[in-house]
Design a protein around this ligand. Structure first.
Ligand SMILES: C[S@@+](CC[C@H](N)C(=O)[O-])C[C@H]1O[C@@H](n2cnc3c(N)ncnc32)[C@H](O)[C@@H]1O
Length: 381
């Protein structure tokens, strides 16, 4: 049984739905799913990420790794410090959520005496940007001057570009493979409700991608052209350094496996995963898993070198997660047990350890990352 929204939340969702209906009308009665998803998540003042919903943590809709434990960001600091030292560069975080990852990472870099001159955050949501500013100022008042919020990617960048669960939040195209070839699955209005309608694919890039996948009639899945575009832009601005992206997903052979014929698109509402993306627009997160083969292809086509691809468990364990946990003595059960539980969730194959992956791309000849040395799966991409 899903928790009922408050009257205010319901009224907000009705305003989001009205906005989506206006967009569909303005587009002639049919909107590609990617545009529906973009508006439902990011329409200023209305979308899930652009309005005041709680989103992260126990009181929100889903939990991300940085929200589970500070050990996630602290461990990443150990992996990234050598790249910062080698490049003399900075950190640029994409989609920083509540700002916890930034705070934990910066705090640990300070302890390691490896602080970058600047930690920039590129965040599309004005609401989240404000939350990040408040959280970082509260947790790290001494470092807040080093944190900068950007409205667009810089022209040039050296150092580390980092994104946790950003790719899955990018608007994805939906494709329905039929006897007559692949069709673009879009959204129409039926009465007051939203419904699916398939149309021929107008975009030649999407058409080529869908044709190349050649899936059986009846198969519905996502193709994320926005991820390709983002990676292309990151490749352009990165002069020297590393791009590290962490997210849930698979290589193409698993992503487009015959058994996954309904795709990976999900709505998240108060810790329930729903197959129905039209439920309470504006109150639900919408996500699609990441096709890491496509991400790797886009990156290498844009001139990046694949630095490694590993499970989240493998990468974090190689980066010293257990050693950081053991800094809290197990005899101090009140402090140790919650952290040990969180670590278990990060690395357990039944939880985030296997489903989540870490992919890294280098540019400018940076040294190989030791964290990818054991368990690197780049051959599988
Ligand atoms: C699922 S949340 C993850 C938040 C945070 N990284 C975490 O792990 O808790 C996705 C984040 O990506 C942001 N985002 C979405 N599209 C983006 C883009 N094109 N550039 C930068 N941030 C983006 C969202 O506003 C949100 O902060």
């Amino acid at each position: 049984m899903l928790p009922a929204p408050t009257p205010d939340a319901l009224a907000h969702s009705q305003r989001v739905a009205a906005h989506l209906r206006t967009l569909i009308d303005a587009a002639g009665g049919w909107l590609p799913f990617s545009r529906y998803m973009e508006a439902a998540l990011y329409a200023p003042g209305l979308g899930y990420y652009a309005a005041g919903a709680m989103k992260f943590g126990a009181a929100g809709d889903f939990v991300t790794a940085p929200e589970l434990t500070p050990l996630f960001g602290r461990t990443l600091a150990h992996a990234l410090a050598p790249v910062l030292a080698e490049t003399g560069g900075e950190v640029l975080e994409l989609g920083a959520g509540s700002g916890r990852l930034a705070a934990d990472l910066l705090g640990e870099l300070e302890r390691l005496d490896a602080l970058p001159a600047c930690y920039s955050i590129l965040e599309v949501s004005a609401d989240l940007r404000q939350r990040q500013q408040e959280n970082i100022a509260r947790k790290l008042p001494q470092l807040v001057d080093r944190v900068l919020w950007l409205d667009a990617l810089p022209a040039h960048f050296s150092g580390v570009i980092l994104g946790n669960e950003v790719l899955d939040a990018l608007p994805a195209e939906l494709v329905h493979w039929t006897d007559n070839g692949p069709l673009s699955r879009g959204v129409i209005v039926e009465g007051e409700a939203f419904a699916w309608q398939d149309r021929p694919i107008a975009d030649p890039v999407l058409r080529a991608r869908a044709d190349a996948l050649d899936l059986a009639p009846g198969y519905v899945s996502e193709i994320n052209l926005a991820a390709d575009a983002l990676i292309g832009s990151l490749a352009q601005v990165l002069d020297r350094g590393l791009i590290l992206l962490i997210d849930y997903g698979f290589v193409a052979a698993e992503y487009y496996h015959p058994q996954r014929h309904m795709g990976t698109l999900r709505a998240h509402y108060r810790h329930h995963a729903l197959d129905e993306p039209f439920y309470l627009p504006g109150l639900c997160d919408l996500t699609a898993h990441v096709d890491f083969s496509a991400v790797a292809r886009a990156a290498t086509a844009a001139g990046l070198e694949l630095a490694g691809y590993a499970s989240q468990a493998g990468f974090l364990l190689n980066s010293g997660l257990t050693e950081l946990l053991m800094q809290t003595p197990p005899s101090d059960a009140a402090a140790y047990l919650p952290q040990a539980n969180a670590v278990q969730r990060l690395v357990s194959p039944a939880e985030m350890g296997e489903l989540f992956k870490v992919i890294g791309f280098g540019k400018g000849g940076i040294a190989p990352l030791a964290e990818f040395a054991r368990g690197d799966r780049r051959h599988s991409l």
